[in-house]
Design a protein around this ligand. Sequence first.
Ligand SMILES: Cc1ncc(COP(=O)(O)O)c(C=O)c1O
Length: 391
Amino acid sequence: MDTKTLSDKYIMNTYNRFDIEITRGEDVYVYDENNKKYLDFTAGIAVNSLGYKDKDCINAAIEQLNKFNHCSNLYYSKPQAQVAKLLVENSCFEKVFFCNSGAEANEAAIKIAKKFGKTKGENCSKIITMKNSFHGRTIGALSATGQEKYQKSFTPLLSNFEYAEFNNLKSVEALVDDNTCAIIVEPVQGEGGLYPATKEFLSGLRKLCDEKNVLLCFDEVQCGIGRLGTLFAYQTFGVEPDIVAMAKGLANGLPIGACAAKGIAASILTPGDHASTFGGNPVSCACANVVLDKLINKGILQNVKNTGEYLNLKLTELKKQYSVIKEIRGIGLMAGIELTVKAKDIMTKAIKEGLLIIGAGENVIRFVPPLTISKENIDEMISILKTVLES
Ligand SMILES: Cc1ncc(COP(=O)(O)O)c(C=O)c1O
């Protein structure tokens, strides 16, 4: 049986998959079962930060596998400690909790927020998040997600989540009360359609949280780890949260998630409060150390800034030529175009032409390529996109 038939027969039907099987990758390209080559502007949805077959990642993973593949968090392990050190020394945060995914990173943030709430009062458990947000599929993260379409089949969800208008400080202020323990926001809404927060909104939230003794949490699962041209997204906006959730790009494709925090949020969880069997797995952490080293010390952040600007320029030029493009949005290598037609149709046609792109909502095409792309890769993508838009 071929892979498609096997998958359709044995895997639960939770994904609308395109009809191609990825068999290998190289740099910023992937290949299918017929050896057809695709330029990959999805990077596994903002995951493969160094693209495919990064030699240093491969060597680090193999070296670690030759030492030990996993050890319980009952013991110390060096790769994990090193990732935590790099994350802390290059941010405003003091401590890190490791898990395996973006949803879990948000679950950790929610538990920190709830326990912090207990220090304010028994009923202080309200968390404010934004409409149109996306925080993951586990029940806590789904409760935080301000989109009914993801929630409606799974109600009742956790109580005490309330949803404010994104980029509207007044709407958040109206919901904050004595029983509010945290505000969670994506600095750039990803799944919701590529909407960056304004600096004023985030700094307004910071001020509000300071005044009301509420924790501010940024969900940087998609927009963090270099994607905007700074290691953390908060650094692009110049507003420090108390907690950050990260995952996707941190280990270049190996599963990892992390929640970092400062101040009281960094020390509120104590032994027995939270744990993860696989959290901080040494092989994932070995790769995360390579990713962080390349972002911080080897010019990848600068590459994101340069190519991000170039991508924006090229998309803006494209908008002038094709009326089907309504708006260009995004920061760094997290860009989107809003279309007057369905994103799915464009994605399907792009695959035929050898380009992988993804949607974000009904009408938005999202570009989240490896952070290592070149201007030539962008030129190639634009040229394929033109062919698609012309058809
Ligand atoms: C902002 C944000 N938070 C959380 C998640 C969930 O991450 P995961 O799928 O790793 O659980 C995502 C996934 O797209 C995301 O974009």
